[in-house]
Design a protein around this ligand. Sequence first.
Ligand code: SF4
Length: 221
Amino acid sequence: MDVLSLIVSESEDVNELPEPIKAHIQDVTSREYEYRDNSVHVTELLYCLRKAYYRRMARKSGDNLEEGLDKKWYLYRGLIFDELWTGLFPRNQVRITHRIPEGPTIVGRIDFIHDGVLYELKTISNGYAIKDGPKEQHVKQALFYAWVENVKRVRLIYVHLGGVKIYEIDTSRAYEVVKELEERARKLWSAIKTMQPPEREESWECKYCEFREICLGGDSR
Ligand code: SF4
């Protein structure tokens, strides 16, 4: 039998999934966002600060940045693995707060700590995404957590449907990362207080940035 001749239609569109699954994607991904003026999330500091600023301002003005399901997919798949795996460990979803003197507090959440090792889980499309090694942002996030929580061993676990890749990261220079992120936290905090966007940090991110037009268009800073 020529099974290909039996295909009535085909789609790679997430929006074609059954309603209960789409509702689940909406529900799981909408739990993630919560911003406070005196704290910044570590993940806001790892990518373009200007984008983080615009996101905050959009929330403040009541724009909930309703993104299409296709964009939410990337967040969703990560949250699903987090839910499945981190619950296996007694020390999971460990909340981190790092107060900067006369500055904001950096907050975050460690996936889990097991046998004296801090683990950070990351979901990727396939092994190609890490062909050059772990992502700089992920290494910095894990090292920041390690320093704040005083854990000496760190592992990054990358998960994709074809398998896993596990990197152990040297924590001896974690304090350098902490200082760098403190500096960035101050910058973002000051931008939020003065309502002046930080300077552009142009990179590969711009191509996918939802604020590309207002950032690269109207504002000349
Ligand atoms: S377009 Fe680029 S520089 Fe501007 S906010 Fe987005 S990521 Fe940052």
